[in-house]
Design a protein around this ligand. Structure first.
Ligand SMILES: Cc1ncc(C[n+]2csc(CCOP(=O)(O)OP(=O)(O)O)c2C)c(N)n1
Length: 882
């Protein structure tokens, strides 16, 4: 940049040089930090400079007037803290197995209460409601508030963490377990912050696409400072600033402590996070000191106090917080005689009353008030607190405080006295909950505040609008077969989604979500047709503007092209999939990606999606270990199908034919968007091209249940066998049946298994029923009914590890042999890979013959004959063991 006024620059530099000369480098550094802090406060982006002094961002003179009744709020907070503690202690009296946490809420009470009393909007006719991501371990305090609000009973509090008999409340925020209460599962560290970013963005998406009014709604994400070490916590923060998500507020509770000890003993976590978020372009507000420090800072004309604040590292701050006032005097102020004299007029008790900012309602209020007003950037509020605040010497800032679950009677009495709780010595023996009468000022205050803010929080909408979804006939082109055109199920999916996006009722609610790329999947036609969502539209002329399918970004774009960002893209899917609950607008997300980078990559988010009842489709393209032939070990997926099916409300399918895909997806639309079932779908898609037959009459029910007879064995065959196949390997199964008939005169019933996991779930339920109703007529599982009267052993082959087909083993009445793709992938042709993993038609035929031989229906020599005939090397190394 040009120096517009060299004389002025020279004067500034000379001034600095004289300070260095006369007063030393330290003083010069101090002055510079002051200048930079001032610059930052005045909106000057300093590029390289990342931190400001270790004091509150908002100076006392800039704080707004506090609109609440501080005294009453302190009394309410004392009750909440107490009930939260009582919950945990009482649960642990019932059984020490139950656990619970005291210290997190103790540190964060002011952070939540300031929000509940003054900022968090409930959902009602005029406001869509704010979104709250609450630190999982703070749940006792949130329950304690709901108890005072009259939303949770004493019996429920007493059954904290005892949910099995239906009376209790869950350990942490779990929408699955408390569907009308919790919105977001957060306790797995890092999932809250990243989800919050994408929920905030999705609110903007809805607004920009004119599907909902979301203006004015805020997303509040409460996180721990320890939690910020999770890559998920910080991995997407630039998305928030790039997209100017001023509806997003991170509140980071910097109690300086994680599980075993300090988050950053040797430095300062607040400063580190400030630097990080500064670099990412966020608005930053630090709340470090309470109001008792203000007069001292005002007198700190030489900056000695500020310097000491900066020089003290977090490990030492923890020591100071845990020890008494005289330690504070000696170890903090005593570092410099002049500094010590600054507090000479204060007693040790008064020194101890100099607190961290997060325990001062007014300071926290000022920060929140500034955050909600801020435009054009997301805000992060870094608030310093004491972990275990109020728990005295057993808990405050102690390394063991996170695990603290028991307090002695004496501790409780001390706690009562400190927070002036109206509980007698005698009553205290029972650790009673305390709720003041309904007409008490505290209870009235709470209710009035929530009423003014539109209703209670957290609170979750369980159902929304139902849509009429297209009937199966709408997908006729897929049901009819592909004629003589060889196509892949991925192409069939694109045809399916094209029908859905054109549907008058539900088309606009479709959200195609793409991490990585979609061109490979043949979806580029949608770029122009639907547009790629971009909050700022398209400011450039795309290089392919003259072509039929240009890259088209649009403020109203429907597609979310997320780039190389599976975790973020999955959070978008979760936001769209929960939009029915969050915004009363059911959205229909389709997330399509390379299946290997699926559950394996973002599994914890998938689990959370199940918990929060996200609805939608996840399409694992290039699925199976042998379909993405050339890509090798890192890309070949033989297990994500199974892993998705581990999630209890995920319905997983591995279809082979277009009509199977259409039946499954149409049924999914019906179940999720008409019936509003709390399920989601994982469906494999293949990139292998082949012919697709017309749907056999009446196959729909079997397709959905998990298996149907695709082709019966020839009636002429004297010996018969059952062959099961899924995905692309079904085609090898069909080829194996031809070999068996041609070469050995054995007939095979061919079953297409669309979902081993759905077959297993149904069979497990039947088995359980029979176990518990021993004298009643036994029920039969669907898979057993299909196979029990069929001749011959059963052989199954899939493109997944053997555990996939093994899922139904207990329910197959006959001998059951399973082939699969266990072991690491390789790059080679599909034919070679199927040979390598021993799932091609020859291996299937040999497995079938051996099964017949094992049960005495065929001489073993016939199997040897087949091995020779099909040129199988019996000494080939196994792909299974490595
Ligand atoms: C992914 C994950 N790893 C580990 C844990 C176990 N855990 C529970 S609380 C906690 C530390 C919390 O520290 P911090 O984020 O600083 O929150 P605080 O309770 O101190 O406010 C950890 C590691 C978890 N819940 N999730």
């Amino acid at each position: 940049m040009l120096d517009q006024d060299p004389i002025e620059t020279k004067e500034w530099l000379e001034a600095l040089a004289s300070v260095i000369r006369e007063e030393g480098a330290e003083r010069a550094a101090y002055l510079l930090r002051q200048v930079l802090g001032f610059a930052s406060k005045n909106g000057i982006n300093m590029g390289g400079e990342r931190t400001t002094p270790y004091v509150n961002t908002i100076p006392p003179e800039a704080e707004p007037a506090f609109p609440g009744d501080e005294e009453i709020e302190e009394r309410i907070k004392a009750l909440l803290r107490w009930n939260a503690i009582a919950m945990v202690l009482r649960a642990n009296k019932t059984s020490s197995e139950l656990g619970g946490h005291l210290a997190t809420y103790a540190s964060a009470a002011t952070l939540y209460e300031t929000g509940f009393n003054h900022f968090f909007h409930g959902a009602n006719d005029n406001h869509g409601g704010d979104l709250l991501f609450i630190q999982g371990h703070a749940s006792p305090g949130i329950y304690a508030r709901a108890f005072l609000e009259g939303r949770i009973t004493e019996e429920q509090l007493d059954n904290f963490r005892q949910e099995v008999d239906g009376k209790g409340i869950s350990s942490y925020p779990h929408p699955w377990l408390m569907p009308e209460f919790w919105q977001f599962p957060t306790v797995s560290m890092g999932l809250g912050p990243i989800q919050a970013i994408y929920q905030a963005r999705f609110l903007k998406y809805l607004e920009n696409r004119e599907l909902a009014k979301t203006d004015g709604r805020k997303v509040w994400a409460f996180c721990g400072d320890g939690e910020m070490d999770e890559p998920e916590s910080i991995g997407a923060i630039t998305v928030a600033s790039r997209e100017k998500l001023d509806n997003l507020i991170f509140v980071i509770n910097c109690n300086l402590q994680r599980l075993d000890g300090p988050v950053r003993g040797n430095s300062k976590i607040v400063q580190e996070l400030e630097g990080l978020f500064q670099g990412a372009g966020w608005n930053i507000i630090k709340v470090i000191w309470d109001r008792n420090w203000d007069p001292l800072l005002a007198q700190d004309s030489k900056g000695l106090l500020r310097q000491q604040m900066m020089d003290t590292i977090d490990g030492e701050y923890q020591n100071i917080a845990a020890k008494n006032g005289s330690y504070f005097r000696e170890e903090f102020f005593g570092k410099n005689p002049e500094l010590k004299s600054l507090v000479a007029h204060l007693s040790d008790e008064e020194l101890k009353a100099l607190k961290r900012g997060g325990h001062d309602i007014k300071k926290v209020y000022a920060a929140y008030a500034a955050a909600v007003k801020h435009k054009g950037q997301p805000t992060v509020i870094l608030i310093k607190t004491v972990k275990g605040f109020g728990l005295g010497e057993v808990g405050e800032a102690q390394n063991i405080t996170h695990q603290l679950k028991k307090l002695s009677y004496e501790n409780l009495i001390a706690y009562r006295d400190r927070f002036k709780l109206p509980i007698s010595d005698e009553e205290m023996q029972k650790i009673p909950f305390y709720r003041p009468p309904k007409d008490s000022p505290e209870m009235q205050y709470i209710q009035a505040k929530r009423k003014a803010l539109g209703g209670y929080l957290p609170s979750r909408r369980t159902q929304s609008k139902s849509y009429n979804v297209p009937k199966l006939e709408a997908f006729d082109a897929l049901l009819k077969g592909s004629g003589d055109r060889e196509i892949s199920t991925t192409m069939a999916f694109v045809r399916f989604i094209n029908v859905v996006v054109k549907d008058k009722e539900i088309g606009k609610y479709v959200v195609p979500i793409i991490p990585d790329e979609s061109r490979t999947f043949g979806m580029e036609g949608m770029f122009r047709q639907l547009g790629i969502y971009s909050w700022e539209g398209q400011k450039y002329r795309p290089v392919d503007a003259d072509q039929v399918m240009p890259y088209h970004e649009d403020k109203k774009g429907q597609i979310l092209q997320e780039g190389l960002n599976e975790a973020g893209a999955f959070c978008s899917w979760m936001a769209a999939g929960t939009s029915y609950s969050i915004s009363n607008v059911p959205m229909i997300p389709f997330y399509i990606y390379y299946s290997m980078f699926g559950y394996q990559r973002v599994g914890d988010l998938v689990w959370a999606a199940g918990d929060m009842q996200a609805r939608g489709f996840v399409l694992g393209a290039t699925a199976g270990r042998t379909t993405l032939a050339g890509e090798g070990l890192q890309h070949q997926d033989g297990h994500n199908l199974l892993m998705f099916a581990f999630v209890p409300n995920c319905i997983a399918y591995d279809p082979t034919y277009n009509y199977e895909l259409a039946v499954i997806m149409q049924d999914g639309l019906r179940r999720m968007y008409k019936e509003q079932e709390n399920i989601f779908y994982y469906i494999t898609l293949m990139n292998e091209n082949y012919l697709h037959p017309e749907m056999p009459k009446g196959a729909e029910e079997g397709i959905i249940k998990g298996m149907y007879l695709l082709k019966p064995a020839s009636a002429k065959a004297k010996q018969k066998i059952q062959l099961l196949g899924s995905g692309t390997i079904l085609r090898e199964v069909i080829a194996a049946a031809e070999l068996l008939e041609k070469d050995f005169g054995i007939g095979a019933d061919i079953w297409s298994v669309t979902s081993f996991s759905e077959l297993r779930r149904e069979a497990l339920d039947v088995e359980r029923y029979n176990q518990l109703h021993p004298t009643q007529k036994a029920k039969e599982s669907y898979v057993t009914t299909c196979l029990k009267d069929r001749p011959g052993p059963v052989v199954a082959a899939t493109d997944y590890i053997r555990l996939n087909a093994d899922q139904i083993r207990a329910f197959v009445p006959q001998k059951y042999v399973v082939l699969g793709t266990d072991g690491y992938g390789r790059s080679d042709t599909r034919a070679q890979l199927r040979h390598f993993f021993e799932v091609n038609k020859y291996y299937i035929a040999v497995a079938a013959l051996k099964a017949l031989a094992d049960q005495g229906d065929l001489p073993a020599a016939k199997v040897t004959e087949a091995i020779k005939k099909y040129k199988i090397d019996p000494e080939k190394p196994s792909p299974v063991t490595v």
